[in-house]
Design a protein. Structure first.
Lengths: 292, 349
């Protein structure tokens, strides 16, 4: 009986242990040339085939992919909850990835590929954010897609990464990541940045633009036509009566009286645009990184 | 009061100046005379050849004369020096009016004939789609008349010192700051220049701005005044004296002097700080200049047009066809708005 209990105990322990192992590590599937495990919108060609095959295929529902093992189980759970609440609140996906080996050209490429070749993003725009901690290049990187490109303009990305990189330097990965999720949540709460050219382009009202533009052009054309009817103009100069040879202008002096230099601090406003680039998949991303 | 008439030396009929050949043509017998010939036959400057005529009555500002040709009564106001008899069309030059005060020293005879003026006036509709239709129709222009308008010309010397406050502003920036450097200068210039024959309208009857607008005249055609040139045209006498009219010339000369001087100051912004330019009148001249004039009534408003009788330059403010203007504005607005909208849709779509 004791022996039986012992076996049960070991099974239970190993079972729990096993489950723990499963949740602590990240399951990846193998991509092959016959099954790329990618979304339909991506066209496979010679230039991106290698990018696809070197990108881990993961379960998109897990959200936290701690390949570098920077979080303990408890932390991972807490982060998962925060990520979920972000996704539910702002309708944008959020993916946290840590790696200790970067097999791509840059953190940007890794982040973009990871996002594109797995099933991330909400709605057809694949709205969402990926946060990458790359231990090899010692860089944190944030990749944005869809609406998130407009939500997180260059300024916001820089500011968010500025605020959290110190945690990573101090090896406080959980605190840093948790703070990061909070910061980007605050931005989403505040809404789209003003003067965002990328967002502005999508939002201007073509009717208003047409009306304003047309009013200006019409005013100019009518102004020209109307001015054609006005032929009487008071003469205010006598240039045509000036005897050119008689003109004699001598310089008496040309003295610098005062010179004054002022300087103003350049305010970098929170507005401004989002710069974008295309990933190997052809998808468009915004993003930015910061060393730690 | 004296009425002068120019008569054909060969047949005695009235004779008028023809701008086309710059001669006096007799419509009656076909003879042509030059100024010398006219003078020779005691016509141009003769006083004896003409009977003395005194105005019969005075009617407000109108003097009434008897036409020597047909005996009808001709009315003329204070400033008219040459007019037509409304009955027989013969030119009447009112000699004593010319002599009252200063008589003109020079004249530019008409170069453009009535047909040129009509043609130029009709040409106004070209490229002016907002001009009311029929505004420049023939019957409106028929009344166009050649008038010698009195002008003062001034030779003015400008000299003195102008001080400018000048400023240069340079801006640059590095990563953190935007720098603005403001340099202020005091620039002094000594200027002198000479203006010859600045024109000022000497008749208060004609709008000064309108008369400015038909400038310039080519003074190479300026000849000594002779009243024979007046035959066939109306003529006016100055009623703004030289000392009043010079103000307009002085303003123009001053503006140009400042502008010329300012052009030698090589700084970004310059403001006149002090100006001690003195304008000296070297000479003035009372001259007659040829202008084709017509008044057109459109919607109870009179529009005056003038054509430079020497160069053919035509000026005047053309009325707008209001309904056409409004309709065109609306159509243009809708059209451009639609096109813009479609383009935006294509680009944005």
């Amino acid at each position: 009986m004791k022996r039986y209990l012992k076996i049960v105990f070991i099974i239970v322990i190993s079972f729990i242990f096993n489950i723990k192992l499963v949740s602590a590590s990240t399951n990846t599937n193998i991509r092959t040339d016959s099954n790329y495990l990618i979304n339909d919108w991506i066209e496979v060609n010679d230039s991106n085939r290698n990018n696809i095959l070197t990108t881990p295929a993961v379960d998109a529902k897990e959200k936290i992919y701690d390949f570098a093992d920077l979080y303990d189980d408890e932390e991972e759970k807490l982060l998962y909850n925060k990520v979920n609440s972000y996704i539910n609140s702002y309708n944008m996906d959020l993916v946290i990835v840590t790696i200790d080996k970067n097999n791509k050209a840059s953190p940007m490429e890794y982040a973009d590929d990871f996002y594109d070749y797995n099933d991330f993003g909400i709605s057809s725009n694949r709205d969402g954010v990926l946060f990458l901690i790359d231990m090899q290049t010692r860089e944190i990187y944030m990749s944005t897609t869809g609406t998130a490109i407009d939500m997180y303009n260059d300024y916001r990305i820089d500011e968010a990464l500025d605020k959290v990189y110190q945690y990573m330097t101090d090896q406080d990965y959980y605190e840093g990541t948790s703070d990061y999720i909070e910061i980007i949540g605050d931005y989403a709460e505040a809404g789209f940045p003003k003067n965002n050219s990328s967002y502005g382009k999508g939002s201007f009202n073509p009717v208003v633009v047409s009306i304003v533009f047309s009013a200006i052009v019409t005013a100019i054309i009518m102004g020209i036509l109307i001015s054609k009817n006005k032929l009487v103009r008071k003469a205010t100069t006598a240039e045509e009566y000036l005897n050119k040879e008689s003109v004699n202008i001598k310089s008496i002096s040309d003295v610098l009286i005062s010179s004054n230099t002022t300087r103003h601090k350049i305010e970098r406003s929170s507005g401004g645009g989002s710069s974008t680039h295309s990933g190997s998949s052809g998808g468009s991303h915004g993003g930015g990184g910061h060393g730690f | 009061m004296e009425v002068l008439d120019n008569k054909c030396p060969s047949c005695g009929a009235k004779i008028t100046f023809n701008p086309k050949n710059q001669k006096w043509d007799c419509e009656y017998c076909g003879s042509k005379f030059t100024l010398e010939e006219m003078k020779k036959y005691n016509n141009a400057s003769s006083e004896k050849a003409n009977k003395k005529t005194t105005p019969k009555k005075k009617l407000d500002n109108l003097d009434i004369y008897t036409c020597k040709n047909c005996g009808a009564e001709v009315m003329a106001d204070e400033q008219t020096t040459a007019t037509f008899c409304v009955y027989c069309g013969s030119t009447t030059i009112l000699k004593d009016k010319i002599d009252g005060g200063i008589s003109p020293t020079k004249i530019i005879p008409f170069k453009k004939v009535k047909e040129d003026a009509i043609k130029a006036f009709k040409g106004l509709s070209k490229g002016r789609i907002l001009m009311p239709k029929f505004f420049n129709k023939e019957e409106n222009i028929e009344k166009i008349t050649g008038v010698y308008i009195p002008f003062w010309t001034y030779d003015i010397k400008a000299s003195g010192q102008i001080d400018f406050s000048a400023t240069d502003i340079k801006t640059w920036s590095d990563y953190n700051y935007r720098y603005t450097k403001t340099d202020k200068y005091l620039v002094k210039r000594d200027s002198s220049m000479y203006f010859s024959r600045i024109l000022v309208d000497g008749s208060s009857r004609f709008d000064d701005d309108l008369m400015d607008s038909i400038e310039p005249f080519d003074f190479n055609d300026l000849v000594d005044y002779n009243h024979a040139y007046l035959s066939g045209f109306l003529a006016e006498k100055y009623d703004v004296d030289s000392n009043t009219a010079i103000e307009r010339a002085n303003t123009r000369a001053m503006n140009t002097t400042i502008a010329m001087t300012e052009a030698t100051v090589v700084h970004q912004t310059k403001v006149v700080a002090s100006n001690s330019i003195a304008l000296t009148k070297i000479s003035d001249d009372y001259i007659l200049l040829p202008v084709w004039m017509v008044n057109i009534k459109y919607k109870d408003k009179i529009y005056t047009f003038a054509m430079n009788g020497q160069t053919g330059e035509i000026v005047g403010n053309i009325p707008l066809n209001v309904s056409k203007t409004i309709i065109m504005s609306i159509l243009l607005f809708i059209g451009i708005a639609l096109i813009t909208f479609l383009v935006l849709m294509v680009i944005g779509g």
